[in-house]
Each structure stands twice: as C-alpha cells, then as structure tokens.
Write a protein that binds this ligand. Sequence first.
Ligand SMILES: N[C@@H](CCC(=O)N[C@@H](CS)C(=O)NCC(=O)O)C(=O)O
Length: 237
Amino acid sequence: MIQLYSWPTSNGRKIHIMLEETGLPYEVYPVDIMKGEQFHPEFLAFSPNNKIPAIVDSNGPGARPISIFESGAILIYLAEKTGKLLPSDPRARMRVLQWLFFQVAGIGPLFGQRNHFSRAAETKHPYSIDRYENESRRLCKVVNGALEVNEYIAGDYCIADIAIFTWMRSYVDSGGDIGEMQHLKRWIVAVGQRPAVQRGLKILADKSGTLEHSDVVRDILFGASQLNQRLTSGNET
Ligand SMILES: N[C@@H](CCC(=O)N[C@@H](CS)C(=O)NCC(=O)O)C(=O)O
C-alpha cells in the first residue's frame, strides 16, 4: 500500500494523477500547507524540505518500506514500479527524463514565482511580475514548439506530460494567455480528457484554496515559519 501525503496544488496533483494512471492501491493523508502541517516532525522525517508531495510505499525495493519526496523522483519511482509511462529504451527514456527535469527545474519554480509575485505577494513589484510573467510565457512557447512535433511532449503519453499538465492547467486557470499556442491548447484538452487524469484531479479537490492569502498563511508559506522549522537530517530510504 502507498501512503500519499499531499495537498491539491500543481505539484501534489502530479502524483494524484500518476497513482490513478498506474492503478496502484493508495491511501491519502492530507497535509494542510496553509495551516503549517508540513512542519510536523513526523512529516519532516520523510520530507525534510517541508513540501508536499511525498509518499511512503510499504512494499518498496527489497520488500522493505521506502519513503520518497520530490514529485519528479516520485513519478520515476511509480513508473519504474509499474512499468508504465517511462519507456525502458535508453533513447526514449532520456526523451522523457529531459522534459521531466525541464518541468521540475524550469516550469515549477518559474511558474511558482509568477504565482507568488503576481498573486500571492502583498506588495506588487512590477519588475518581478514582468520577469516571471515573461519567463512563464517563454516556457509555454517551448512546450508549444515541442507539441508541434510530437502528439505528447516526448512522443507517447508519459510522466513528463503529467508533470507539465498540472502546471499548464493552473497557468491557464490563473489568467495565463496561451491564445495563439494551438498545439499546447490541443494537448491540454487531450490530457485533461484522460479518465485517470479526471479521477486524479478529484483527489483532495474539496480542499483547493486560493493564492490570495491571509497574513497568517503568508507567514506560514513565505515568512518566519519557514525559517523556524525544526530541521531534520533527511529521510531514511
Ligand atoms: N520541487 C518540489 C516542489 C514541491 C512544492 O513546492 N510543494 C509546495 C506545494 S506546491 C509545498 O509543499 N509548499 C509548502 C511550503 O513551502 O512550506 C516537488 O516537485 O515536489
């Protein structure tokens, strides 16, 4: 059984969708990051960066439990465990992994800063807003270009499509303009129509929040709470 520790954000939803795509049995443990539950010592023990998503698989390698944090690592783990959505052929595998890394190192942090400066930040700083709006738009164009060549981001539908999809969906929902990006628009519809994606998006959906935060939530997500947490030595894999 897999224990899923998550919250309905773009990073959390990647794993919600992947668990549905694989058909693995799992239990959901909500971690309310607006209330600071990501700082609980029991959670930090296996997610030392105080972020969702994380999983604990009671039946990991060697039939022993394993805990994993970082959504990209979790996607790879679940794909390898089930033989789904990550090809074993070395070239095809690298095509998927390069787009997965592009998401976790590029789209995630840059779109995240866009959300922060355009929506969450109390004071609006025009340079920062422009910087991350422009960079997010540039990344959308990169994805649109790849989807002009391939039906899915790396050829066949794969874990990189899942990783990019949840962020593109929230980009559009938060007013991001992909008007002339026909290939990206076509792909968002195609991925969004998959039954497993639709089931995954329902997980914890009743807990979805807003990016316009109260002072208390701002302090938890961006303020002193982030620095005063009890640091642990990392998870035991
Ligand atoms: N690189 C991480 C990012 C995870 C992340 O940013 N999670 C956010 C929600 S989307 C979180 O848990 N934030 C709580 C906090 O920073 O205290 C991943 O891909 O898993």
